[in-house]
Write a protein that binds this ligand. Structure first.
Ligand code: CAA
Length: 301
């Protein structure tokens, strides 16, 4: 049986797997391929992975049309991304970044499967927004090589990667993943493995408070979002941002914060819960706090 050496250096990472070809996984695959990595992109089926790749190519094509990216560079980035049928296709990866739906049972199952498919010495990161990295690491045979790599939405635009160490993560793994993130053009902050880490612990109460204000009729969605944009200089208002993130994801993170920190200030508003129950999960569903057309442009509230 092949054995792993103690740790790899950034120059030894060549092939990056991404599990989840939706808005976060697709964005991460784009960032990794742009940084020069060979990317294996997987989702629940080959068809979904291929659709994810098509969305990335469409995004890169827009950049070419705007004159911000050369056509041959776009082609080279696209060629580096290979859609694969399933997790077994991660066998040659040096690092896999999991970006599946925010559900602990699902992620535990996927972590076990990826761990089995990966070669010894490969690294396993998760883009989870709130789930315990320590718990996910414990589900694998390589807990010292497991880490949180929390990209922000949309990953190609946002500069931060919040790195979260599991209790088991070694210093060498942390240093390697920091270097890989920097090679991807990102600035790194680090957080302990605590519910919501740092960014979502700050963000989610803000998004929920905007939703409580809407629920109570204090203002319209436009009043709330314009207040944050023009009054606080935020690029997007909290309701627009919640729609971009996905209301199902916002609710899932809220529930983890509320349960694990045990403070009622993290409880989710009934309005948010109802929108999710209706399937109105935000921009990706065509409807959330606002209604969107097929191109994702806001058409009404
Ligand atoms: N993928 C790739 N690129 C995208 C993109 C996407 N989904 N959306 C926008 N862009 C690019 C555009 O192509 C454009 O690029 P160029 O400047 O090179 O032409 C650039 O971003 C700006 O886009 P737009 O001009 O269309 O729109 P904008 O100026 O309003 O910016 C935005 C859009 C970048 C999303 C901006 O509104 C913004 O920064 N919003 C806040 C986003 C934010 O807070 N994200 C963090 C969410 S929290 C999180 O992710 C953590 C979690 O776990 C929940």
């Amino acid at each position: 049986m092949a054995t792993a050496k103690d740790s790899a250096t950034v120059s030894e990472i060549h092939v990056v797997g991404v599990l989840g070809a939706g808005q976060m996984g697709g964005g991460i695959a784009q960032v990794a391929a742009t940084a020069g990595y060979a990317v294996r992109l997987a989702d629940a089926s080959l068809e979904l992975a291929e659709k994810g790749k098509q969305r990335i190519v469409a995004q890169l094509t827009k950049q070419v049309e705007k004159g911000k990216l050369a056509a041959d560079v776009k082609d080279a980035i696209a060629e580096r991304i290979v859609a694969i049928a399933d997790i077994l296709g991660f066998a040659d990866c040096d690092l896999v970044i999991e970006a599946a739906t925010e559900n602990v049972e699902l992620k535990m199952k996927l972590f076990r499967q990826i761990d089995e498919a990966l070669k010894p010495g490969a690294y396993l990161a998760t883009n989870t927004s709130s789930i315990s990295i320590t718990k996910l690491a414990a589900a694998t045979s390589r807990p010292e090589r497991v880490i949180g790599m929390h990209f922000m939405n949309p990953p190609p635009v946002m500069k931060l990667v919040e790195i979260v160490r599991a209790v088991q993560t070694t210093d060498a793994t942390f240093a390697l993943i920091k270097s890989v993130s920097e090679k991807m053009g990102k600035t790194v902050t680090s957080s302990k493995d605590a519910p919501g880490f740092l960014v979502n612990r700050m963000l989610i109460p803000f998004l929920n408070e905007a939703c409580f204000a809407l629920q109570e009729g204090v203002g319209t969605p436009e009043d709330i979002d314009t207040g944050a944009k023009l009054g606080l200089n935020h690029p997007m208002g909290p309701l627009e941002l919640a729609d971009l993130i996905g209301l199902d994801t916002v609710l899932a993170i809220s529930d983890v914060l509320h349960r694990d920190l045990g403070d009622s200030k993290y409880r989710a508003p009934t309005l948010l819960r109802n929108l999710v129950a209706a399937g109105w999960n935000g921009r990706k569903a065509g409807r959330g706090f606002y209604v969107y057309d097929a191109k994702g442009q806001k058409v009404a509230s």
